[in-house]
Design a protein around this ligand. Sequence first.
Ligand code: AMP
Ligand code: MG
Length: 349
Amino acid sequence: MDTRVVGIDPHNIDHQQLKRAGALIRDGGLVAFPTETVYGLGANGLDADAVGRIFEAKGRPPDNPLILHISCAGELDRLVKEVPQRALTLMDRFWPGPLTLIFKKSYLVPETVTAGLDTVAIRMPSHPIAMNLIKYAGVPVAAPSANISGKPSPTRAAHVIRDLSGRVDMIIDGGDVTVGLESTVAEVTGEEVVILRPGGITLEQIREVARDVALDPAIEGDILRGVPKAPGMKYTHYSPEADVIIIEGHTQRVVAAIERMAQQLQEQGKRVGIMATEQTEALYRHGLVISVGDREDPSTIAAGLFAALREFDALGIDVILAEGIEQKGVGLAVMNRLLKAAAYHVIKA
Ligand code: AMP
Ligand code: MG
């Protein structure tokens, strides 16, 4: 399949181009496009065949449901059975933006989208290209991240081109995304708001507007990590080719431990990458160092994380030693992704 790459400036949108892309989606094609979180791979969310093509192109397991993207709140009603009050409150505050809500689905939503579940995930993205593309498609757009399943999510068009060239009809290059991590996923069908996946909207932000907010026990488990999990089994997610090891603890000790490990690994002939931060990058003498962002501002680390993982792969690195950060604010989502990339391989300094 020929993949067309189309550049569109998010600040000066070529609406004719986007209309053509929208029509392509409506007619059953696959179009990758930027959102504020990561690049998405979009198809007509009401067309089961088109949605099936997303799973094929990504190599995505069919039991992992997709998010439907809409461009106005009015689209919601025909896709869901009911809109609970707590959902309205969250939509009011965070839509458009990186928050996905889980509703009871209506008969209109194909089973391929929801992987057979009776619930559907819906989000309204804020990126101007995404918004206009969905509007021009005239249908809800099913869109997972535009990467080969298991790889780090794409935060710039070059990542999408590397993974999906020849597998999709069109890739819209709209520059680097801003958030850099996927949306927060929250269930709103029960008595409380349950966060199933941490993301661009933080737990703290949600608690500001909603009562009874809980983290899914699986995320709690990730934070506590009382029981070591079998590496690489259930959790091949966000994984670069290189092995990832997270080193956690007091920053000074973390740096010392990483230095020691980098030296040892290099002596064994391994190519070592160090995922550092602005505060620490100058302290390393061994390994190839990439600073992902500012320790004091986890949103900068979110924005740089996936690109750094892909960069280490491009450089042929064997082992990535990554500094852990505090699991607060967006740091919770950053560490959630990093832990999966590392298959839960964590060392306490
Ligand atoms: P992705 O679009 O690749 O970032 O993945 C979408 C995320 O939303 C995955 O973690 C899905 O498991 C989750 N998701 C989608 N639909 C549902 C649903 N109906 N119930 C719970 N989680 C969902
Ligand atoms: Mg994904």
